[in-house]
Design a protein around this ligand. Structure first.
Ligand SMILES: *[C@@H]1O[C@H](CO)[C@@H](O)[C@H](O)[C@H]1NC(C)=O
Ligand SMILES: *[C@@H]1O[C@H](CO)[C@@H](O)[C@H](O)[C@H]1NC(C)=O
Ligand SMILES: *[C@@H]1O[C@H](CO)[C@@H](O)[C@H](O)[C@H]1NC(C)=O
Ligand SMILES: *[C@@H]1O[C@H](CO)[C@@H](O)[C@H](O)[C@H]1NC(C)=O
Ligand SMILES: *[C@@H]1O[C@H](CO)[C@@H](O)[C@H](O)[C@H]1NC(C)=O
Ligand SMILES: *[C@@H]1O[C@H](CO)[C@@H](O)[C@H](O)[C@H]1NC(C)=O
Ligand SMILES: *[C@@H]1O[C@H](CO)[C@@H](O)[C@H](O)[C@H]1NC(C)=O
Length: 447
């Protein structure tokens, strides 16, 4: 209620800072993971004046915020950003430092909003002008980098900027990318999204990898740690990876102590492997993949079907289903990389670094997932130092309602010239400047 009122209020008092708030956004994820091209997680951001919905791809391992320009050559996606339609867009007159034949763009700044609830009129982002046809092919419409750059970064990340402007209730995000209820919260953790104690672990940087952290290890079927010959595994999380990567010479696949009873296994020359699976009258019968990631004394089991093991595909051996466990290489610079199969099995919080605090990842179990009470009741081994300064978060009291332009409901607008806009408590409120909104014209030649 409090936050919803402040949203209406901020519409009425342009230029004044809204009270600190938080937002819960729907995330689009693939229902089932397969070996084919993946739908990476997308979240809707509103860019410009009037706000344009752009469904950007989430990136846990970077800070870059970018939107593909609507006149970009070979940029994939269906909701690019039309620069000419924003009355508040201004150029920074700086090229993106990563410009190459694979993708290039320029820095701009404009108003950016999450759900019409968290808004900042001056967010820096890269507008992409071109992309190579074989690069970033799965990144639709743009990227939202959710890690925070080191302080020397030229332009602050969205999260840092919103925190420093007093827009966020807490310097934290929460996410779950499981198909049951995929969500991203910014500014607070939603108690409805997770169960169990949040297990906080400090993050740092390891070589060029940021944020990184340490895990206790990975366990297979019999509950023993898989020996990788490395202690204190340096780990990173990536929303762009389709697998879980562990050190080379992985002893998992050929040992029933770790795999559990599996009738037959197919080893690929690149270090990957597959378990048998059978098509039956009842449907596909896949082996169960037993894999647990242990962090600060707490076991997080990975979901198996359509996650750690995927249905037969063009890249699996006949009669086998690929397992999402691969090996890292020296170039990866970390021992373990946790990709989508991990993010689809846990609740993840990120308390990003601010002036006096380092960054922390927090882990819990997604509410509603198939977890036992014993798993949920596990307690972390240790509590990070600085917890009392850095990890005491304000709890949200109610869920802010997000504006109509950020939900799919605008697709149902019948073009009567009237928009329905709701504040708190389902109360209809006037949409200011509605007469200045550009009417959308369906251009048949583009489909
Ligand atoms: C998706 O996964 C569920 C189990 O998680 C399975 O029951 C269902 O058949 C799968 N759907 C497709 C289209 O493969
Ligand atoms: C689990 O299996 C591994 C590999 O076979 C073995 O070394 C370990 O002792 C087993 N642990 C238990 C608790 O049986
Ligand atoms: C590790 O992975 C790389 C890349 O997939 C592969 O070339 C290499 O053979 C693997 N090494 C082992 C020991 O499995
Ligand atoms: C597949 O069929 C074989 C032969 O009937 C059986 O031994 C095996 O357990 C089955 N595997 C799965 C995963 O259903
Ligand atoms: C729930 O988890 C158990 C053990 O982890 C597994 O055997 C079972 O198939 C899972 N149930 C569903 C519906 O995924
Ligand atoms: C978010 O998803 C839920 C269902 O999980 C749906 O009820 C709700 O309307 C969605 N919200 C928006 C803004 O799309
Ligand atoms: C529709 O798109 C085409 C191709 O980009 C463009 O030439 C044309 O002017 C557009 N029509 C309208 C009505 O915007």
């Amino acid at each position: 209620m409090f936050v919803a009122v402040s949203f209406v209020f901020s519409l009425l008092s342009l230029g004044r800072c809204a009270d600190p708030g938080w937002v819960s956004l729907n995330v689009t994820v693939a229902q089932n993971m397969t070996d084919a091209d993946y739908l990476w997680s997308q979240v809707r951001v509103l860019i410009g004046t009037p706000p344009q919905p752009v469904d950007v791809t989430l990136n846990m391992g970077g800070a870059l915020f970018a939107a593909w320009s609507s006149d970009c050559l070979y940029c994939p996606g269906s909701t690019p950003f039309d620069m000419s339609a924003s009355s508040t867009l201004e150029p920074n007159n700086a090229p993106w430092s990563g410009n190459s034949v694979d993708g290039s763009g320029m820095w701009y700044h404009d108003s950016v909003s999450f759900g019409g609830v968290l808004t900042n009129s001056d967010i820096d982002f890269v507008s992409f002008q071109s992309m190579s046809t074989n690069f970033y092919s799965r990144l639709l419409n743009g990227v939202l980098g959710l890690s925070v750059d080191p302080p020397q970064a030229k332009y602050p990340s969205v999260l840092t900027k919103m925190w420093e402007a007093g827009t966020l209730m807490n310097p934290v995000i929460g996410m779950r990318l499981d198909p049951l209820k995929p969500r991203l919260t910014i500014g607070a953790l939603d108690p409805e999204d997770y169960v169990g104690e949040i297990n906080w672990v400090e993050t740092g940087s390891h070589h060029s990898i940021f944020p990184s952290f340490k895990i206790d290890g990975l366990k297979g079927y019999n509950g023993s740690f898989i020996p990788f010959g490395v202690d204190n595994l340096v780990t990173s999380i990536s929303s762009y990876l389709a697998n879980i990567y562990v050190p080379e010479g992985n002893p998992y696949a050929l040992d029933e102590g770790y795999t559990g009873p599996v009738h037959s296994i197919n080893l690929y020359p690149d270090g990957g492997f597959a378990f048998e699976c059978n098509s039956t009258a009842q449907g596909l019968s896949m082996s169960h993949v037993f894999l647990t990631v242990t962090i600060n004394g707490v076991d997080y089991p990975m979901d198996s079907a359509y996650n750690m093991i995927r249905p037969p595909s063009l890249v699996s051996a006949a009669g086998f289903c690929n397992v999402a466990l691969r090996n890292t290489t020296a170039a990866d610079d970390v021992d373990v990389m946790l990709g989508q199969p991990f993010l689809r099995s846990v609740y993840l919080a990120y308390r990003f670094p601010t002036d006096n605090c380092p960054g922390y990842y927090g882990f819990a179990f997604p509410s509603g997932a198939n977890r036992t009470q014993d798993q949920i009741n596990q307690k972390p081994t240790s509590t990070p130092s600085l917890s009392s300064q850095c990890l005491v978060l304000s709890q949200p009291t109610s869920t802010p309602s997000i504006s109509s332009s950020s939900s799919d409901s605008n697709k149902n607008n019948k073009g009567t010239g009237a928009f329905e806009v709701y504040g708190g408590d389902d109360e209809q409120v006037p949409l200011l400047d509605a007469e200045n909104l550009k009417r959308a014209v369906w251009n048949k030649t583009l489909t």
